[in-house]
Unconditional design. Structure first.
Length: 609
């Protein structure tokens, strides 16, 4: 595995953190702080490992695996002492669109040919209906189109001068010369023209009514002439079925494909060999063949649940709510949303988002065990169906347990298990003027390198709250190479790093719960030092300085050329403002050219009182 070295390194981190021993201590003399940290790491590690185990099956809504995870969350809420909902449960139920499925009783494929031949194909035996976007009922002619490829860059078009409008096309899987290193189709590598999606696009452009696909010889040799899964290419915009080679060979015996020299090709293998040899299309109607092709599709509704636990607040702000959330669902066996196309394997979602769910559990335990109640109500929510379009979070904001107008903050954890270079990303920090200072204070003694992107991020469970103007943040350690693949397993997780993120987040929640004034929604006012500038050769020219401003008090003068600020060369005005925001509350060094001399000024970037 190419991430093996990283995994070994993380395992070392885990081991060292679990046996935290001071320089002068023996194994029997751990400090109380070290013992507590070791227990916390053990809890969080177990949470992540269990929720991302194969036993959970990828935690897809509607599966036994997500039910198992749900049971675990409820048990941990109860153990911690979290309050349930008014109905005595910890579940906020909703229905979501489930898997698109074929209605078998309304699905058929009957091929009729010369001499009153009738091939009544059997679903799942000699043909497989693929998922479609809409129901259909076709009664039409059948045309053979080779591999169904239209590739202008290779001057190879199997639809050229062929009328397939309103007809059913039969095509071969993959592409010609698939094992030929000299093939124009990317040699022995698979080109884009081999994909099912490209074949659908080409057929649709040619105005075909639908597709019947047969395995190429390479696939048949490797896998046997097996039928593919119904969702292999997702839901298709054209009627699409996979038939066995034996079915098409029966059709060819009665209606052979005829070569340019008049040879009758009565098998798929013979057709493939001639196309491979000449790389010339053999597309043509299959004389006498028609298809009665019909299917219906339905989407089964799935009942699933947000898992919610409550810690009531105490004091004048006890009726205000802070939501602490993240999604616990994932992709199951892959398919839609997976970055590992075609791999029907468990996607355990260790980082996405067993780590974020573990943060919810651990914070719930800590605040529930505290001797002092929080100043505001804490509502812990493990959201469902995030991977299906943020459906759990959207359901909550549409049906809030506590009024959204009294919800003062939403903290979202999604993927906190790949801490690298000590960098923690805080999206949407600008949705409240107080968040930046809260983060900086929480970071004291933890010392992350905090990344506060100027651009907001929408693709997680904080988005529905943001749309309702609830101050929100998304805590994240960054995407990673195994995201949405079967390799997103526990072994790839930096558990000590995740614990450090949780420690930081505990301090964030504590501040938000205890501050006197509630956070307000809206971007913070930009911090400025009271200077006007313009581009100049070698730097930025000061064209004006506001009276009693930070710039004036620090000694900046009109006519100065700012060469460097905060150790960075000033080549554009935006660079100065960016560095000013970075150094807010700190000393910022300016290197200037004044007249013919270079001087240095140290400005303390604090708001004037």
């Amino acid at each position: 595995m190419k991430y093996q070295s990283e995994v070994l390194k993380l395992a070392g981190f885990l081991l060292s953190a679990m046996i935290t021993i001071g320089p002068s201590m023996s194994l029997g003399q751990e400090s109380p702080e070290a013992v507590q940290e070791s227990k916390r790491l053990e809890r969080v590690t177990y949470d992540i490992k269990y929720m991302s185990s194969d036993e959970m099956g990828g935690r897809q809504p509607g599966t036994p695996g997500i039910q198992l995870c749900e049971d675990y969350l409820i048990a941990e809420y109860k153990k911690a002492g979290l309050k349930p909902l008014a109905d005595g449960t910890y579940l906020q139920s909703l229905e979501v669109g489930g898997k698109r499925e074929i209605v078998k009783d309304s699905t058929k494929l009957i091929l009729t040919g010369p001499n009153d031949t009738k091939l009544d194909l059997k679903l799942g035996e000699n043909y497989q209906q693929l998922l479609g976007l809409r129901n259909f009922d076709l009664d039409t002619e059948v045309v053979f189109v080779g591999y169904g490829i239209s590739a202008d860059e290779h001057n190879y078009d199997e639809y050229q001068d062929l009328d397939v409008e309103g007809k059913l096309v039969v095509l071969i899987r993959r592409e010609p010369q698939a094992d030929d290193p000299e093939s124009v189709f990317d040699g022995a590598e698979t080109s884009r023209h081999a994909s099912g999606r490209r074949k659908v696009i080409a057929a649709r452009r040619a105005k075909a009514a639908g597709i019947l696909m047969i395995n190429d010889s390479g696939t048949a040799e490797e896998e046997g002439d097996e039928l593919i899964q119904t969702d292999r290419f997702g839901a298709n915009s054209l009627p699409f079925a996979h038939i066995k080679r034996s079915v098409f060979n029966e059709m060819l015996k009665l209606s052979p494909v005829v070569s340019p020299l008049g040879d009758k090709l009565e098998s798929v293998s013979a057709i493939e060999k001639l196309i491979d040899k000449n790389l010339e299309p053999l597309s043509q109607p299959l004389s006498g063949w028609k298809a009665d092709f019909e299917s219906e599709f339905e989407v089964n509704r799935i009942k699933t649940n947000n898992v919610v636990g409550i810690i009531e607040g105490e004091g004048p702000n006890a009726n205000e709510t802070i939501v602490i959330g993240g999604h616990y669902d994932h992709l199951g066996m892959g398919g839609r949303g997976s970055r590992a196309a075609g791999r029907r394997e468990i996607h355990n979602g260790a980082d996405d988002n067993a780590t974020g769910t573990a943060a919810i559990l651990e914070l719930a335990r800590r605040f529930a065990a505290s001797d002092k109640k929080p100043g505001r109500r804490l509502v812990f929510i493990a959201f469902t169906a995030e991977e299906m379009g943020l459906l759990g979070a959207q359901h909550y904001v549409n049906n809030p347990i506590f009024p959204l107008e009294d919800t003062v903050a939403m903290i979202n954890f999604d993927m906190i298990g790949w801490l690298r270079d000590n960098k923690l990303t805080l999206f949407n920090w600008s949705t409240s003027p107080v968040f930046s200072d809260v983060f900086d204070k929480a970071n004291e003694g933890i010392d992350f390198e905090l990344n506060k992107p100027t651009m907001a991020f929408g693709g997680s469970d904080h988005l529905p709250f943001n749309q309702r103007q609830v101050p929100n943040m998304f805590i994240h350690t960054g995407t990673n190479p195994v995201y949405h693949t079967p390799e997103d397993d526990f072994e790839a997780i930096n558990c000590p790093g995740a614990l450090k993120v949780i420690d930081f987040s505990e301090k964030v929640v504590d501040q938000l719960a205890s501050m006197e004034e509630r956070p307000t929604y809206g971007a913070p006012k930009p911090f400025r030092i009271g200077v006007q500038i313009e581009d100049a050769e070698g730097g930025l020219r000061v064209t004006g300085v506001n009276e009693d401003s930070i710039a004036a008090k620090g000694g900046l003068q009109e006519g100065d050329i700012i060469l460097e600020a905060g150790g960075e060369a000033m080549t554009a005005r935006r660079n100065l403002q960016k560095n000013i925001q970075k150094f807010k509350g700190k000393i910022m060094t300016f290197k200037l050219k004044r007249d013919d001399a270079e001087i240095q000024l140290n400005l303390k970037l604090e708001e004037p009182k």
